[in-house]
Design a protein around this ligand. Structure first.
Ligand code: BG6
Length: 520
């Protein structure tokens, strides 16, 4: 840390000091033998233990059908952690203490006796809070949510309380429905046995540091927020690009497509945080009220407007970073004539006072040239006088890029004079990098999300009306695609930035995509 950083450190303000410490808690993971548990949940919980953030005491129970003992499950989890842990090596002493709180409950999700067994296990825990403060993590298929919660309710482990005034909580993973109707149905099923305030819907993008920083950045600085509107901003681009293809997830992807897999949740969440109004307070309900309000202000599209404003794409064979990639239609478990989109780009308008007339261009896709998630705020150009009059349209307009991942940080672009006798102008950059400023500390999104769920703070989770509003937007678009197979213009080579139609979408408005750059 240099001198300036040390001085800045003195100005740091911790806002959550008043927050209650996380109460002792039992986390029960349903579907515990699935990949999510060993890949994400246990590594996240281990890191919370490593950073001494886990409640004391705590218990983790894996609920699954396969025959395992506490010991064999712990060994299995440790092997996975050795491979996947973001910090290496795994610390034996921390693991030993952590693992002693992990248990396995062998049971079938649809068998009532399994829940009695679970109840007996929990009843045997020594601390009263461990028996009462229960977090049920449903890492199962959504079709089992209702069944699990009904059983938990039947044995008295999950009580529905008005206002969520009981310590039991239910965490659910995406996909949360596949359209508005199924999401409403799922919500109906979940709220039969638990109150909305007890339900924590995960979107792992909200657990990312840089995504959380959007609100901090917008509402703790005076200089940007006053420019954050249609007066100053020409348009906004949100790109969530992935260089990986669909790979072994063809079966799932055939049902989802980029629209359901990425846009309905991650991309719209980023958009909501970028564009929402300041909340009345940082309380969960106030923040979520504003996000919902924003989603509801997005102008709905008729089928004709979908054709004009939304581009879908599917990759054919190509090369990404020198590696050959098969066409989507040749991936395992994908239909040879599939019309599922692996790319989507769109132009959205937000009908509110702040954003009226400012286009938001969103895009996401697989097998793109690189993996990067960025938001680019493109400011309006200066008037055509002085330097701009002489430079014509070549004078760069200011922009602010928020790099959500990788190379987390921000870049402000503005024009500067090239030193020398001639009046030469060119864009220069002001850079903020998380790594340089704070060191290479990038916790996994699940760490923060699990901690918040254990603490009972729902700010980083999706509320019912939010998920339904997002489906409303996506359904209108997907419905316009029904019965319309992809046309030639909608294919793109793996390793390119999507179909040409996506470029046309912005070019029609006299603009262009600014592709994320590979950082050295
Ligand atoms: C998941 C999607 O929700 O997010 C995946 O199902 C996608 O298809 C992933 O690859 C992207 O997450 P991240 O954190 O790697 O940007």
């Amino acid at each position: 840390m240099n001198d300036v950083q040390q001085l800045d450190e003195l100005l740091a303000s911790r806002l959550d000091q008043a927050r209650r410490p996380v109460e002792p808690c039992t986390v029960v993971i349903f579907g515990a033998s699935g990949d999510l548990t060993s890949r994400k949940l246990i590594p996240a919980l281990y890191h919370l233990a490593l950073e001494r953030l886990m409640p004391r005491p705590f218990r983790i129970i894996g609920f699954a059908r396969r025959d395992k003992t506490d010991e064999s499950w712990r060994t299995e989890l440790r092997e996975a952690l050795d491979k996947l842990s973001r910090t290496q090596p795994v610390k034996d002493d921390v693991w030993a203490e952590f693992a002693s709180s992990i248990h396995y409950c062998q049971a079938d999700i649809s068998d009532a006796s399994g829940y009695e067994k679970l109840k007996a296990m929990v009843a045997g825990f020594p601390d009263e809070k461990l028996r009462r403060n229960l977090l049920f993590y449903l890492a199962t298929s959504p079709s089992q949510f209702a069944e699990v919660t009904a059983h938990l309710s039947a044995v008295g482990m999950l009580q529905k309380a008005e206002g969520g005034a009981t310590p039991e909580r239910v965490v659910v993973e995406k996909p949360f429905g596949h359209d508005l109707v199924s999401a409403q149905q799922l919500n109906g099923e979940l709220t039969r046995f638990s109150h909305e305030k007890q339900i924590f819907r995960i979107d792992h993008y909200l657990g990312k540091e840089t995504v959380q920083n959007i609100l901090t950045f917008r509402f703790s600085n005076a200089i940007f927020e006053r420019l954050w509107n249609r007066e100053a901003i020409d348009h906004v681009q949100i790109t969530v690009a992935e260089k990986l293809g669909v790979g072994s997830r063809g079966g799932y992807y055939e049902e989802a497509g980029a629209m359901r897999d990425m846009l309905q949740n991650h991309v719209l969440q980023v958009l909501a945080l970028i564009a929402m109004e300041p909340p009345a307070s940082l309380e969960a309900e106030n923040v979520r009220d504003e996000k919902v309000k924003l989603l509801k202000s997005i102008r709905p599209m008729t089928p004709a407007q979908v054709a004009e404003n939304v581009v879908r794409g599917q990759y054919f064979a190509g090369e990404v970073e020198g590696e050959l990639r098969p066409a989507y239609r040749s991936e395992p478990k994908v239909k040879p004539n599939s019309s599922v989109e692996t790319f989507v780009a769109m132009r959205l308008l937000i009908d509110n006072w702040r954003w009226s007339g400012v286009p938001f261009y969103l895009r996401t896709g697989k097998n793109l040239p690189l993996s990067a998630s960025e938001v680019r705020i493109q400011f309006k150009p200066v008037p055509s006088i002085l330097f701009n009059a002489q430079h014509g349209t070549r004078l760069d307009a200011n922009s602010l890029t928020l790099r959500l991942q990788p190379n987390e940080g921000m870049t402000l672009r503005f024009n500067g004079k090239v030193p020398g006798g001639a009046t030469e102008l060119r864009p220069v950059r002001m850079n903020f990098s998380y790594d340089t400023e704070f060191g290479a500390y990038t916790p996994e999104a699940y760490e923060r999300l699990l901690l918040e769920a254990m603490a009972g703070d729902a700010t980083l989770f999706i509320r019912r009306d939010e998920v339904e509003a997002a489906w409303g937007i996506v359904d209108a678009i997907r419905n316009a695609w029904i019965g319309k197979p992809l046309t030639n213009r909608e294919f793109y080579g793996a390793g390119t930035w999507g179909p040409f139609a996506a470029d046309d979408l912005v070019a029609r408005d006299g603009r262009e995509w600014k592709n994320p750059q590979k950082q050295k």
